[in-house]
Design a protein around this ligand. Structure first.
Ligand code: AMP
Ligand code: MG
Length: 336
């Protein structure tokens, strides 16, 4: 792992220019970057991650001016959103310019663009002089990395140049808004909420598999973010039954808010207790979720129980990830 000083940023930018991969921090999660205009370099991302080829890549840009060079046209709503939320955790899907390689868009006529709010990421894009295609820097289906060491765990420190920018401040992936349809549709909830978007451009939809105007968003069908052991999501009304019914071992993991952990610790003498912060502090929960899932892996836990959050604001993004990696905890009748 490399300190993000001037020398290492120059080395990293040279690797990008030569068509190699570089892992770098963003405010959401660590990215595995390649020159987004070089089809061969982007192909390496799919190989390294084991990513299905129909799952398109997001291009990371330094600013609105760079974004303009990558789209067929820039609608006024896109410009307003860029002015309001960039740099930040908002990815915009727009009609692509002809020179974007098809490997980036997975064959679609659109491209996803984001300007990350992280000085190291921005410096790397600027020094490279090209947009960086960068999905999360994890092996496919593994939890996204929120620290440089997570990237090293998945890829091996010797095989990939990793810029170490410390912990990611947001910890879950960006909001993706498809602006190529009318009204625009959120394909993936993230750090920027539906309400915040609507204040700027009016009505916005949320993608479901029934949304007719949107071609089924590639990538959304894949299993994501999963640690190695079963994960059970404990609904609010299942918490008391859990306390009464569960037998724990040293290999039982709990990922809960401070409030719930306090009760779990009184009840169970054995277990690993990982905190998502105070229940009301959703920014802390999103920051820590992936880190705790990876911790559970490295401790080789046998099972994880995870808290459920209301699907509002940032809670929508948090629960979107949690729903994909867990199954509901349901107490059997005779045991309840
Ligand atoms: P990530 O794996 O976090 O980098 O996010 C990439 C995701 O962005 C993909 O899985 C798609 O769901 C979405 N995406 C990227 N490009 C497009 C596009 N052109 N159209 C629709 N969705 C896209
Ligand atoms: Mg990912």
């Amino acid at each position: 792992m490399h300190e993000p000083n001037e020398t290492n940023l120059a080395l990293a930018a040279n690797l990008i220019k030569k068509g190699e991969l570089v892992a770098f921090p963003t405010e959401t999660v660590y990215g595995l970057g390649a020159n987004g205009l070089d089809a061969k370099a982007c192909q390496k991302i799919y190989q390294a991650k084991g990513r299905p080829s129909d799952n398109p890549l997001i291009l990371h840009v330094a600013d609105k001016a760079m974004a303009k060079t990558l789209v067929a046209s820039l609608p006024p709503e896109a410009e307003k959103l860029m002015d309001t939320f960039w740099p930040g955790a908002l990815t915009l899907v727009l009609k692509k310019a002809d020179h974007i390689p098809l490997v980036v868009s997975a064959g679609l006529d659109t491209v996803a663009l984001r300007c990350p709010d992280n000085p190291i990421a921005l410096a790397l894009i600027q020094a490279s002089g090209v947009p960086l295609a960068a999905p999360s820097a994890n092996k496919s289906t593994r939890p996204s990395p929120t620290k440089a060491s997570h990237v090293a765990t998945d890829f091996g420190e010797d095989d990939i140049f990793i810029l170490d920018g410390g912990d990611c401040t947001i910890g879950v992936e960006s909001t993706i808004l498809d602006l190529s349809v009318n009204p625009p549709v959120i394909l993936r909830p993230g750090g920027v909420s539906k309400e915040a978007l609507e204040k700027v451009i009016g009505e916005v939809g949320i993608y479901t598999s029934k949304t007719p105007e949107v071609p089924k968003a590639p990538g959304m069908k894949y299993r994501h973010y999963a640690p190695h052991m079963p994960v059970y999501l404990v609904a609010e009304n299942q918490f008391e039954p859990l306390l009464n019914q569960l037998k724990t071992t040293e290999k039982t993991g709990f990922i809960f808010s401070e409030e719930k952990l306090a009760r779990l610790k009184i009840h169970f003498s054995k277990g690993v207790f990982l905190s998502l912060g105070q229940k009301a502090e959703l920014e802390i929960a999103t920051q820590r979720l992936y880190r705790h899932l990876r911790e559970a892996d490295s401790l080789d836990l046998e099972v994880i129980y995870l808290e459920s959050y209301p699907k509002e604001g940032l809670g929508l993004a948090l629960m979107n990830r949690i729903d994909k990696l867990s199954s509901p905890y349901i107490v059997k009748e005779e045991e309840a």
